[in-house]
Design a binder for this molecule. Structure first.
Ligand SMILES: C[S@@+](CC[C@H](N)C(=O)[O-])C[C@H]1O[C@@H](n2cnc3c(N)ncnc32)[C@H](O)[C@@H]1O
Length: 508
């Protein structure tokens, strides 16, 4: 039985509200979960919810402690968001919505004290569900000093889709982050977005809104449970550009010809005219901007979406780790991640693959530790490969697909897949590919996310990330997938809702 299940007993909602309002600080979290479970379950309203709203709203006015009012506002937001396509859910939303003036008054009252952060965050999450009152809500938001993060997120949640200026996908974790894109990037984005079919545009818009609400709700939940989020300047994750390196590698296979294979038929590749041609199926794989493109077209559809992501990576990645990894207390740090790799990557002979290398920030740790000539950076995104190439021209780069690795069996000395398995709809095929390509004794290090043990947080955590899939990995299931691919877990570390694993390839 989970903590949430305990609220499903036949206790009347009025009693649960009463117990919650009377709870001492040490019992608050538990009493809140019992109350929440009575009216809400994994994104849907329960049968008790319609009658409960007046009691919840009344308690929002009368509860003595700010920590109680903050949780009530959060719960009302969850009820407003509940998605079940039922008359019940609609009437619950309407009942929650009808008290908007009261929420706005409370929000206005949070203008002064820093101690009001939990209730301010919870109210922002709550009122962001009522786009029909956009003007009124923003008028109040304008009177409190919200800062560009909260304000731009709220504005976007309340905004209707404008098909002529859609701005989809460039809004997370808050739209103001994207305001510094240059005109060329903006033009590229506008053209790409305008070409999206109306249906896809509407879907992207809705998913973006859900991602912003989820981030806002997760943050409010954290502040209710633990107080303020640990902030502070994040380190810059952009590698300095190495000037003057634009030419392709002298060897298009980067000295890794023994390991590289055609992604489709696994036949060896032959070098000709600054390209690699498959000796089996004859397909020619070009060298583009200094990296070898062995993607065989697999990433072309999602390419425009990632085009400008490297520019904002230093903002997006830490926010993503906070949301998916519950890293609001900053327990996992960039230097800690670096240290994990230095400690746990143990290559045997053969190249070290950084799988889904992104902008190359963690590829650089592998290159520093083991030598650039041993490392291969692989990613499906053209923009990511370009970025890695700019920062790490001495590392061989391959555009390729985790689901069809362009390497021969048992050819790699180690594989690292950092903060990336969650990007695949199903990690199992990629893990099978790693097992196929890794040499016995070589390590497979990975960092990804597991479902939070808290059902309320888990709801926020599992909400969409725009159009990009995010698959959370259950540790036991992942261990099973690793075992099926011939790998044994040597080390597991699970701070927050992260999952760090080091596995070793068995001898067959
Ligand atoms: C969240 S980023 C992580 C990047 C980097 N490892 C880090 O920790 O910052 C996930 C990366 O996975 C890449 N990716 C997604 N699907 C992929 C696939 N099928 N094959 C290879 N890379 C993929 C994306 O392009 C993106 O760069």
């Amino acid at each position: 039985m989970t903590a949430l299940d305990s609220g499903k007993a036949d206790t009347p909602v009025a009693n649960l509200v009463e117990s919650f309002v009377r709870a001492t600080p040490d019992r608050l979290g538990e009493e809140f979960r019992r109350l929440a479970a009575k009216v809400w379950e994994a994104g849907t309203v329960t049968a008790a919810a319609p009658d409960a709203v007046p009691a919840l709203v009344a308690a929002l006015d009368t509860a003595p402690a700010p920590a109680q009012r903050a949780r009530l506002a959060l719960l009302l937001g969850l009820l407003a968001e509940a998605s079940a396509p039922s008359a019940e859910a609609a009437s619950v939303r309407q009942a929650v919505h009808s008290r908007l003036p009261g929420y706005l008054e409370l929000l206005l009252g949070t203008a002064e004290a820093a101690a009001d952060e939990p209730i301010r965050q919870a109210l922002l999450f709550l009122v962001a569900h009522f786009p029909e009152d956009r003007e009124e809500i923003l008028a109040v938001a304008g009177k409190i000093d919200l800062g560009e993060e909260d304000l731009s997120r709220l504005e976007r949640c309340l905004k209707p889709l404008d098909a002529d200026d859609p701005a989809v996908t460039r809004v997370w974790p808050y739209p103001a982050v994207w305001s510094s894109l240059d005109e060329a990037d903006r033009d590229f984005d506008r053209q790409w977005m305008r070409q999206l079919p109306a249906e896809q545009l509407a879907l992207a818009w809705t998913l973006d809104t859900q991602s912003l609400l989820a981030y806002s709700g997760a943050r409010a939940f954290w502040t209710c449970e633990r107080g303020a989020v640990v902030g502070g300047p994040e380190p810059d994750l952009t590698l300095p550009t190495v000037e003057g390196v634009t030419a392709a590698e002298a060897d298009p296979l980067g000295g890794h010809g023994a390991a590289l294979r055609c992604p489709s038929c696994h036949a060896p590749l032959q070098v000709s005219n600054a390209a690699a041609t498959c000796t089996g199926c004859g397909v020619r794989h070009p060298v583009v901007d200094g990296y070898l493109d062995l993607s065989a077209g697999a990433g072309d559809a999602f390419d425009p979406m990632t085009r400008t992501v490297p520019r904002r990576y230093s903002d997006i990645r830490p926010a993503f780790l906070r949301w998916k990894g519950s890293n609001w207390d900053g327990e996992v740090t960039v230097s800690g991640e670096d240290e994990y790799l230095r400690t746990h990557v143990r290559p045997v002979d053969g190249p070290i693959l950084d799988l889904a290398a992104g902008t190359g920030r963690w590829t650089s740790v592998l290159a520093e530790t083991f030598g650039a000539d041993r490392v291969i950076a692989l990613d499906l995104s053209r923009a990511m490969m370009e970025e890695t190439r700019r920062g790490l021209p001495e590392v061989f780069g391959v555009r390729g697909n985790a689901l069809a690795l362009p390497f021969t069996d048992a050819s790699l000395g180690a594989v690292n897949c950092w903060n990336a398995l969650q990007s695949l709809p199903d990690p199992a095929p990629a893990i099978a590919e790693v097992g196929r390509c890794l040499r016995p004794g070589g390590t497979f290090t990975l960092m990804t996310f597991r479902p939070s043990l808290d059902p309320l947080y888990r709801y926020f955590q599992t909400r969409p990330f725009g159009l990009v899939p995010v698959t959370l990995s259950d540790p036991e299931q992942l261990r099973g997938q690793l075992a099926a691919a011939g790998m044994r877990v040597r080390e597991q570390y699970t701070p927050g809702s992260f999952l760090f694993i080091t596995a070793v390839r068995d001898r067959d």
